[in-house]
Ligand binder design. Sequence first.
Ligand SMILES: [Zn+2]
Length: 242
Amino acid sequence: MDPLYQTNFQCICCESSYPTSRVRPSFKKAVTTDTDFCGYYKNGINPDFYVVRVCPSCGFASTENGVSQLSDRQKKQYYEQVGVRWSVRDFGGERDLDQALACYKLALLTGQSVGEKERVIAGILHHIAWLYRYQGKAQDEQRFLRFALQSYIKVYEEEGEQLNNARLMYIIGELNKRVGESSEAVRWFSRIVNDKRIMDAAMIRASREQWQQLREEMADAEQMSVDGLTDNKEHRSKSQPV
Ligand SMILES: [Zn+2]
């Protein structure tokens, strides 16, 4: 069975209708997942590659979490900032990693031009970081993890504690950890673990694990710098991580 199927979608910008591919539910299960939810799939069929719908006529790119209609002003902003440079391209069929990356970048530009919700922008930035991770481009991945982190923090500041935001707080902690901001990461993980109002058991467990791992890493790093200062070779060789 073909893991992909096609569905028609009507562009909310130019109103033309176009086919876009989706992954069948039975192929959507990740074989493994990173601690920031980046998924890995069998046979290179990654459902994340098909999240963004790109209109071949006007280039408007969106996800199903994005705005469902546009004001005339938003359409004008899109055309002036992004659409004017669009030349007809079709992303409706099977997508490789580079094409998926192009689609997410279009979704980012589109979202920014129409003032899309910060939560949607944050998700797009995070996905771009994952695509760079699949490619092994660590520097680009780090750059987009930092953008995503800033964006998630804005979401948290906007939504505050009105929602059950344990997962968002965990992601903020986790991205801090991944960009090397260990003390910030600890601060977020400890908030999740210690806040009695948070009931999300999975996020509490994950935060506790990540917090513990960071504590060990930080203790190791401290020990290594102490060893470096005293230049105690015997001690240093013992405390180096294997
Ligand atoms: Zn369109």
